[in-house]
Design a binder for this molecule. Sequence first.
Ligand code: PMP
Ligand code: GLN
Length: 397
Amino acid sequence: MTMQTLSPPAPDQPLISLQSRLPNVGTTIFTVMSALASEKGAVNLGQGFPDFDCDPALVDAVTSSMKEGFNQYPPMTGVPALREAIAAKIGALYGRRYDPASEITITAGATQALLTAILCTVHPGDEVLIIEPVYDSYVPSIELAGGKPVFVQMEVGAEGYSIPWAKVAAAVTPKTRLLMINSPHNPTGTVLKPSDMQALADIVRGTEILIVSDEVYEHMVYDGARHESVCRYPELAARSFVVSSFGKTYHVTGWKIGFVAAPAALSAEFRKVHQFNVFTVNTPVQHGMARHMANPAPYLDLPAFYQRKRDLFRDGLKATRFRLLPSEGTYFQCVDYSAISTLPEADFAKWLTAEIGVAAIPVSAFYNEPRESGIVRFCFAKKDETLQTALQRLASL
Ligand code: PMP
Ligand code: GLN
C-alpha cells in the first residue's frame, strides 16, 4: 500500500469552489470611508453615527436589567413590556393601534427587520420596486430572496430630490410583490409629504402589493413638519411592514435593536423567518429600553436637538462653494460640489478625506448603475466641536 500525501492547497486556491450568492457585493461604502477617515486622521462625517454618547440613564436602565437577572432568552417576539411601549408610542404619535402581542416584533436593528420582511414575502422572480438613491442593504436583501429589484430614480433639481410617482406607477407589473419606501430618506434627507402618501396609496390600491416602510429616522424631521408614517394611513398600514431602529433615536447605533410593526397576518409570516434568522434579540437591552421609553422626552426633543446641529453645519457651509441641498429630515446633509471639482463622486469623497481632512459619502454609492450627480453626503450627528473642526477644514473650498 502506498502512502498518499496531501499537499496543502496553494494560498490563493480555495478548497471548495463557491458560487457567490452576492457576486456584486463588496465592502460597504460606509466601512470603506470610515477606514480611510481613520487612516488619514480625517473628521468622519461619512458613516452615519453619532460621535457623542447616549443618555447615561439608558445605560443605567440596561445595567440594572442585567443586574436584576434579565440575562436569558426573552420571548421570540421580544420582551412584552417593550412591545407594549412601542405600541403605545405608535398609538399616541400616529393614531394606529397595533396589538403588541401579535403585531409588534423586536429585531436586531432595522437591517435584520428589512431582510426578514423581504425574505418572508418575496419569492424567486417577484419584483420589488425601490427608489434610488437607495440604502445599501435593500438590493442584496432582495437578491438573497431571489427577487428582482426594479429601480425608479428620484429626480434632483434646485429644490432637491423628489419621487416621480408617475414613474413608480409605470414600473408596477403583475409581478410586483413589494414596494419599499424610506422617509425621512437616507441619503437625501427628503421627507415624504401627505401628497406623496396619497400618490403611493393610489398606486397600490386594488393590487396585491405589500409595502416596506423604513422609518428609522422617524424622529428626525425638521422645521415643524410632521413625519408621515404609513401608520397614519389605514389603507397603507393594512399592507405594510413598518420598520424602525432604536439606534438612531437613542444614539446607540451599536446596540443593533429595532422593531417591525405589521398587521397580524404579515407579522405571523415575519415571525416564521425571524425565529430562524435571529430567534430573538438580547434581553437586558430590551428591558432597559422599555423602562427608558416611559419618558417620551428623548424622542420628542430629538427634532430640536438635530435641527440645531443641521443649522450650525449649514450656516458654516454657506461660506464655501458647496451648494446646499435641503435637509428636511435625517442627520444627513447633501451638497453639490460641482463648483469646486469635476471629479467623480467617489474620487471627490476620497480626495476630501485625504487632502482636506473631512470624510463624506458619495451619493453614487446609493445607485445600482454608475451615476454621477456631483453630490456627496455629510453626517451632522456630531459634537459641535467636531462640526466646527470640519467646517474650518472645509472653509478653504
Ligand atoms: N435603513 C436606513 C435608511 C438606514 O440609514 C439604516 C442605518 N443607517 C438602517 C436602515 C439600518 O439600521 P440598523 O443599524 O438599526 O440596522
Ligand atoms: N446607515 C448608516 C449610514 O447610512 C451606516 C450603517 C452601516 O455602516 N451599515 O451611514
